[in-house]
Design a binder for this molecule. Structure first.
Ligand code: PLP
Length: 417
């Protein structure tokens, strides 16, 4: 009997597993739930793209190019030839991956270089890389906060912040969305050792901005720390793309910044925490997604390195996404649409009704414009919308084409006159 034969003990006739009944039960339970999700109209089908990520893409089942207005590709760098070339170069030089976590044998010189460049970009002391910002958010609160501490979290923070906070033992306090009165009441009443205010810099469903300057003021008054998730800001928001703290004139005053390499910064993957040297050093010792997960592959590190070089040299792309955003928001508002959010490339076109949002998105696709309708439970009941995302890579002509299509569909569905 070979060492592998043992597994036969668990197999019945025809290789069927003895747990067939349990598996049938699982299929039935999940199948019923899936049917429920479909019936509620909230099933998320994935459209299959057959080109690189760009403003013009092709999707399975069609040769026609469609205009993409729903990627987080804010700077249009996801298929930038210089970045792809650099990534190929480091793939050849450093190999496919490290087969290791960072502290065993997964740290190359390029990981250290990228951490240094990100810290330089944000004007911080040091940076720690993660496989994603989801991991960065999952790893920070549990590592640094104890039961003696308290975390004050905006109720609409991203799921990864919510999950990260769930893992920690600090006192968990939620304040009403961007409500500084509520935040202040809670800070005033707290006798925690460390107080940490946690907020998204930009809230991705509404494209609205955390009142960061006033949060920083409250933090000073009540001796609290400020943590900001800058996934929808780093590289393109604020005059030179330094993010929400630049936009709100409080550069350098946020204590901890978490962000992603998977959106504006080349769109590959990866996340990070940047801040005080002791914090970064401590996270390398204690943060579980860092300690127990594989290091970023060289081809991905290369994307981050090249993007950082580009952004440290020039803010041209940042300015372009800002002027494209203004063009879209102004024309759409003039046409009679309600665009939520503030001056950010996330432009939610508010429609209210879920079925209307879904029909609107379908009609846009027949006109060659790819946008997505968002409805409950992703956004509150009755607040369905189409979330348009503008990129520096959109040409003015492409933006105008999208606006024309919105106006045509908006009139035919009686959303505008
Ligand atoms: N934080 C926010 C605000 C996000 O929008 C996202 C991505 O959707 C994340 C964190 C997670 O980032 P990543 O894709 O790097 O895991």
């Amino acid at each position: 009997m070979s060492i592998f034969s043992k597994s036969l003990l668990f197999r019945g006739v025809g290789g069927r597993h003895y747990s067939a009944a349990a598996q049938a039960q699982l299929r039935e339970i999940l199948g019923n739930q899936l049917a429920g999700i479909k019936e509620a109209g909230t099933f998320k089908a994935e459209r299959v793209i057959t080109s690189s990520q760009s403003t013009q893409i092709t999707v399975q089942g069609s040769d026609k190019k469609i205009l993409n207005f729903c990627a987080n590709n804010y700077l249009g760098l996801a298929n930038n030839p210089e970045i792809v070339e650099h990534s190929q170069k480091l793939l050849e030089q450093y190999g496919a991956g490290l087969s290791s976590v960072r502290f065993i044998c997964g740290t190359q010189d390029i990981h250290k270089q990228l951490e240094k460049k990100i810290a330089q970009f944000h004007g911080r002391e040091d940076t720690i890389l993660y496989a994603s910002c989801f991991d960065a958010n999952a790893g920070i609160f549990e590592a640094i906060l104890t039961p003696e501490d308290a975390v004050f979290s905006d109720e609409l923070n991203h799921a990864s912040i919510i999950d990260g906070i769930r893992l920690c033992k600090a006192k968990k306090q939620r304040y009403r969305h961007r409500d500084l009165g509520d935040l202040e009441e809670q800070l005033k009443a707290s006798d925690a050792r460390l107080k940490l205010i946690a907020t998204d810099g930009v809230f991705s469903m509404d494209g609205n901005i955390a009142p960061l300057a006033r949060i920083v003021e409250l933090a000073k008054k009540y001796n609290a720390l400020v943590f900001v998730d800058e996934c929808h800001a780093t590289g393109f928001f604020g005059a030179t793309g330094r993010g929400t703290e630049e936009y709100d004139n409080v550069m350098g005053q946020v204590d901890i910044i978490n962000s992603t390499l998977g959106k504006a910064l080349g769109g590959a993957s990866g996340g990070y925490t940047t801040g005080p040297a002791e914090l970064i050093s401590f996270l390398r010792q204690k943060s579980r997604p860092y300690l127990f997960s594989n290091t970023l592959p060289p081809a991905v590190v290369a994307v981050g390195l090249k993007v950082m070089d580009m952004l440290l040299q020039s803010s041209e792309l940042t300015q372009r996404v800002q002027s494209n955003t203004q063009r879209f928001r102004q024309a759409m508002t003039m046409a009679g649409f309600t665009i939520a959010g503030e001056n950010h490339p996330i432009c939610p076109v508010m429609l209210g009704d879920a079925r209307l949002a879904s029909k609107f998105a379908d009609e846009m696709l027949t006109r060659g414009i790819y946008v997505i309708g968002f409805s409950y439970p992703v956004v509150p009941q009755g607040k369905a919308r189409i979330r348009v995302q503008i990129s520096a890579a959109h040409t003015e002509a492409e933006i105008d084409r999208a606006i024309d299509a919105f106006i045509e569909v908006g009139r035919s569905l009686k959303v505008i006159q």
